[in-house]
Ligand binder design. Structure first.
Ligand SMILES: C[S@@+](CC[C@H](N)C(=O)[O-])C[C@H]1O[C@@H](n2cnc3c(N)ncnc32)[C@H](O)[C@@H]1O
Length: 350
């Protein structure tokens, strides 16, 4: 059993380089995205090379709307399935940077970069792949405030230093930029022996983030309000592993957080927001999170955090937000989340 952080990291690399040759070799359902994809993403997926898709180990679909021309950073991109989907969605004037610590994984992404450039009809490739660690993005020259969207699919649970990783994310995000990611979260803190178990770790269970520790971690970095977009209970479907983890429940959660100054509670200033339409993939409604779904043209009372997310991010041109933070009406009264599992993974927003 590996004990030091270095040994755990080497064991993870070996899991993705040697143990797994395709997603058929996974021992649980943790790193298998079960979310149904929107049609426009399914269309792009048809262009992705089968060697790339066969080694897709994501647990969700962290692909947000309105990303044309944007700079995207895919943390732990693996063989690049999501990076290549982003490559198509940001268009030739956008750019996608993928980083992964496992040489065998990133080598496949690099191998197929030109294949996808050609598929998408681009003159120059808009993807760049690097071998490296999320915990230190300066080694691949990612500058402060340089990224529009940081994404990641089933990776941050594997990081040897999660605090460092999230600190790096907020360092590189532009003001108003977004972190939109899917990962494995759990209902209880994982005992140390299970964290070190190479199979549990490799399968994205051993390092899963206990949701309350995740909330604390983000708050330490000044991020007080993140939003849950989807939350699905993971069925492990492996008796040995189920008996090891006992009563710990695991969830695949897709969430978003913005590099915007927000408060730790939702405050009511009587602000109202309208979705004006205009996002090509979702012209009639816009889903900010699992309990904020804006119908085009329909006014919705919002808290000041939501108003800031809509007016200080790339979504500002698609929204009208009325009212300033001048007259305060107390704490915002929110409806409950629509997600059935949300009692185990509450968003800090009401
Ligand atoms: C479960 S796989 C997911 C890969 C990819 N996102 C996908 O959806 O196919 C996890 C990936 O994260 C990478 N990884 C884990 N910890 C990392 C770290 N600290 N820095 C960079 N990459 C890391 C692994 O090498 C592996 O390729």
């Amino acid at each position: 059993m590996p004990t030091s952080q270095e040994q755990i990291t080497e064991a993870i690399k070996s899991y993705y380089a040697q143990e797994l040759k395709s997603n058929q070799d996974l021992k649980t359902n943790a790193c298998c995205a079960t979310e149904s994809l929107p049609v426009y993403i399914r269309e792009v997926l048809k262009s992705i090379h089968p060697e790339v898709t066969s080694r897709f180990y994501g647990c969700g679909s962290p692909i947000p709307n309105a990303i044309e021309n944007k700079v995207v950073l895919d943390l732990g991109c693996g063989t690049g399935r999501d990076s290549f989907i982003f490559s198509k969605l940001v268009g030739e004037n956008g750019h996608v940077i993928g980083i992964d610590m496992t040489p065998a994984q990133i080598a496949i992404a690099i191998k197929y970069a030109d294949y996808h450039r050609n598929k998408f009809g681009y003159r120059c490739s808009n993807t760049t792949f690097h071998e490296g660690y999320i915990e230190d993005l300066s080694t691949i020259n990612i500058e402060d405030n340089s990224i529009d969207l940081v994404t990641s699919n089933c990776v941050l649970n594997l990081c040897y230093d999660k605090q460092k990783a999230f600190k790096e994310i907020f360092r590189v995000l532009k003001p108003g930029g977004e972190l939109y990611f899917s990962d494995v979260f759990c209902s209880r803190r994982i005992p140390e022996n299970l964290q070190r178990d190479p199979i549990l770790r490799g399968e994205c269970l051993g390092g899963a983030l206990y949701i309350e520790d995740f909330r604390r971690l983000l708050a330490k970095l000044g991020c007080y309000d993140y939003r849950v977009v989807s939350n699905v209970r993971i069925q492990i479907n492996n008796e040995d592993i189920e008996s090891k983890v006992g009563d710990i429940e695991f969830f695949s959660i897709t969430m978003r957080a913005f590099n915007i100054e927000l408060e730790d509670r939702c405050e009511n200033y009587g602000q109202v927001a309208w979705y004006l339409g205009g996002i090509e993939e979702t012209p009639n409604q816009f889903m900010l999170d699992d309990h904020h779904i804006f119908e085009k043209g329909r006014p919705m009372l919002v808290c000041s955090n939501t108003a800031r997310m809509l007016s200080q991010s790339r979504f500002s041109r698609f929204f009208k937000v009325q009212g300033k933070e001048t007259k305060h009406f107390g704490l915002f009264e929110c409806g409950s989340s629509l997600s059935s599992d949300s009692q185990t993974a509450p968003s800090p927003c009401c």
